[in-house]
Design a protein around this ligand. Sequence first.
Ligand code: GLA
Length: 386
Amino acid sequence: MNIQQLGLKPPLGWNSWNTFTWDINEQLIREAADTFVAEGYKDAGYEYIVIDDCWSLKERDTEGNLVADPEKFPSGMKALADYIHSKGLKFGMYSCVGTHTCAGYPGSFEHEFQDAALLAAWGVDLLKYDYCFKPRHISGELLYKRMSLALKNCGRDILFSACNWGEDNVYHWIRESGAHMYRSTEDIQDSWESIKKLTLSQLDKASTTGSYCHNDMDMLVVGMYGGSNSSFIGNQIGGCSDAEYKTHFSLWCMMGSPLMIGSDIRSANQVTKDILLNKDLLAINQDAESRGAYRIKPEPQWFHTDDVFMLVKVLADGDLAIGFFNLSDGQREISLQFWDVGLPYASGKSLSLYDCWEHKEIGVFKERYAPVVAAHDCLIVRAKLV
Ligand code: GLA
């Protein structure tokens, strides 16, 4: 791949963590890749199959190399990478800036160049790089730069996915580290409260995301329905409603987050597939210019809390993607005054609106559009100037 393409748009894929945490093996990973091809995820643009934490033995070998757990991965990582590549997909793995990963496996601290070389030899295409067990005397900025340097010199194009949970002012230094995406939030849980909390924490971050360095709001919980094997993610929480998953996906698409599916796609129901494979939403997320979405507060402002807002993302062809989000617990009318997108009545211009969930034209409007949106739901339109 041309290095200039790496990270140009928010990466799309699947990651083992949310549902499977420690309970991973090569059969599962192969089946995830098979599902990507068979169920249309690959055709929709999903590309990376990522193994998260818990893949290695607890100790390095005598040469200091990481060792894939032979019980979980008896054929080894190179064979797994070859299998994923044979499907036309890409292979992602996980390590950590510290001495250990968050689950207590060896991290890459002071092994950065050795580990990058090993990952390259296995055929890895993405490295997710976590933040646990970081020595206090060294800055995260330095450690992300050190691994970035190692990856850029390992002889293989490896997409660098930083994961320091938005800590230590990461917004100010991550782009120059060479990371292609970076976690800007704490860990997601399979609950509406978590989706809402992460979203509200990112509304002022539109200027910190863009091509080649995407603000990552964490992996998707769409379709999990409480089905994680870990209480950290949500097996004791019970999951979300379909409308909440739809709103979650819409927010992540509008806000330009990488989309890493976290559910068991092998058994996804039709609603989950319709959400994850929504081509109109994916086109917004994958827009060529990767502009951040800015927030507009609806009128009348006294009527709304921070839970009700619009997001506007300017698309490469001049269209506007507009999301009407109602995160509150009651139904709301959400009024967009077109002066807020630069089109007062006096401009003489109208907006032709297309509904990205119903996949149909809504109509042509002047001056204002004010849909009624149910609690925890949203409306996403693509607006053309006419
Ligand atoms: C951290 C990360 C998660 C996941 C776990 C693995 O919590 O933020 O995304 O990778 O570690 O232990």
